[in-house]
Design a protein around this ligand. Structure first.
Ligand SMILES: Nc1ncnc2c1ncn2[C@@H]1O[C@H](COP(=O)(O)OP(=O)(O)OP(=O)(O)O)[C@@H](O)[C@H]1O
Ligand SMILES: [Mg+2]
Length: 391
């Protein structure tokens, strides 16, 4: 069992508030990721969990026990650092055995026990053949595995990994991602994984905490973060290319009008079936989206100015005019970026430039006149002032 909790943790370095009232509840056996841009406080949070740094305020609990001021050796956690370093003068075997050798007496281990444990963990990480070599004789990926093995050999309750794949080339990183994920599930070890790479966090973690400027903005499963981001920062930090964010205003008509919601849009902010409303959202001065009364009511409480969020894969690009009226707008292609499996196309939406994902079979070139069909079931509305999700 290893549940890790942070309660109102604050850490200052002089005037810098590196960690600002962070509370987290990481479950036993969970693969939990801390995700955010450089300098947002990820490493500091990890070091606080490890006991390498003590918070100015708040508490850290492991399995319900307060460990806030305990030294690392009394916490049963193992950390793999951002710039992990192997001991160059020691063989791979001795590097992995090191954490056990230094505490041999305390752990009551014989030399044979240690040998067994090193071989066991080397097998897990597929580096059994490398045990006699020295770090300088290993590739980057192999060195990474040795560092991971060294952190696992003590069988810690909690595994803390700080951007462990950042030194690897793109291909190896992708391969190691799925291996690490599998290993974590096999061992059932509570893991906190720090990264600034949203693809890594989304692909590996059970849950993710998105951080910015020392604060946690949202904690959720990859799906929750993707489909219900709590604000525009999370919305644009996750997904590639990021969510399109377009300014819009709430417009009230003097009389109500009735519109029929096409099946394609049913259930979104425009409602379903036959809807009567007085409100519209006007986006980038060109798209008019009628609003179902319940959403109109909700939005009108927050003012007039909003941001419409729509992901690039929820905008369809066609050369012929779609039959739909709602959510369709004429546009011009600015740039195309063919990526093989898809094309990222930059198009005009009124005064804004937005990105659309298109299938490689759709042949389009810069300058082409096209139609955009926004899937309004997937559209989100954020408050312009606070950036917070409204609907
Ligand atoms: N020992 C220290 N002394 C002073 N400032 C520090 C110290 N450690 C971290 N900081 C500052 O605290 C903030 C958070 O740093 P931290 O290393 O936790 O960020 P990070 O999210 O891990 O960034 P990166 O992705 O670049 O590794 C930064 O502004 C950093 O400059
Ligand atoms: Mg860091």
């Amino acid at each position: 069992m290893a549940r890790v909790e942070l309660k109102g943790v604050v850490k200052r370095f002089g005037k810098v508030v590196a960690v600002n009232h962070v509370s987290l509840d990481i479950g036993d056996k969970e693969f939990f990721s801390l995700l955010g841009p450089s300098g947002c406080g990820k490493t500091t949070v990890l070091r606080i969990i490890a006991g390498l740094e003590f918070p100015d305020e708040g508490n850290v609990l492991i399995d319900g026990k307060v460990v806030t001021h305990l030294p690392p050796k009394d916490r049963d956690v193992a950390m793999v650092f951002q710039n992990y370093a192997l001991y160059p003068h020691m063989s791979v075997f001795d590097n992995i055995a090191f954490p056990l050798n230094v505490r041999r007496r305390e752990l009551k281990l014989t030399k044979e026990d240690i040998r067994k444990r090193v071989i066991e963990v080397a097998k897990l990480l597929n580096i059994e053949e490398l045990l006699k070599r020295y770090p300088s004789q290993l590739s980057g990926g192999e060195q990474q595995r040795v560092a991971l093995a060294r952190a696992l050999v003590r069988r810690p309750k909690v595994w803390l990994l700080d951007e462990p794949l950042s030194n690897l080339d793109a291909k190896l990183r992708v391969a190691m991602r799925s291996e690490l994920k599998k290993l974590q599930k096999t061992l059932g070890i509570t893991t906190v994984y720090v990264t600034h790479d949203q693809v890594e966090a989304m692909g590996m973690a059970d849950r993710i905490a998105v951080m910015n400027k020392g604060r946690v903005l949202q904690v959720g499963t990859p799906d929750e973060l993707y489909y219900k981001p709590s604000d525009t920062f999370v919305a644009t930090f996750i997904g590639s290319p990021p969510m399109n964010i377009v300014p819009c205003t709430l417009e009230e008509q003097s009389i109500s009008y009735t519109y029929k919601v096409p099946v394609e849009h049913s259930g979104g902010i425009i409602g379903e079936g036959t809807v009567t409303s007085r409100f519209k959202l006007k986006c980038a001065d060109v798209v008019e989206i009628p609003l179902a009364p319940r959403y109109a009511e909700l939005l009108s409480k927050s003012g007039r100015d909003f941001l419409l969020g729509i992901r690039p894969e929820y905008i369809e690009l066609t050369k012929t005019k779609p039959e739909l009226e709602i959510g369709v707008v004429k546009s011009k292609v600015e740039v195309t970026e063919p990526l093989g499996s898809e094309i990222i196309t930059t198009v005009q939406l009124g005064s804004e430039l937005i990105k659309v994902k298109t299938h490689p079979d759709v042949k389009i070139s810069p300058g082409d006149e096209v139609y955009l069909k926004l899937d309004l079931r997937r559209a989100l509305v954020f408050d312009k002032k606070t950036g917070k999700l409204v609907v």
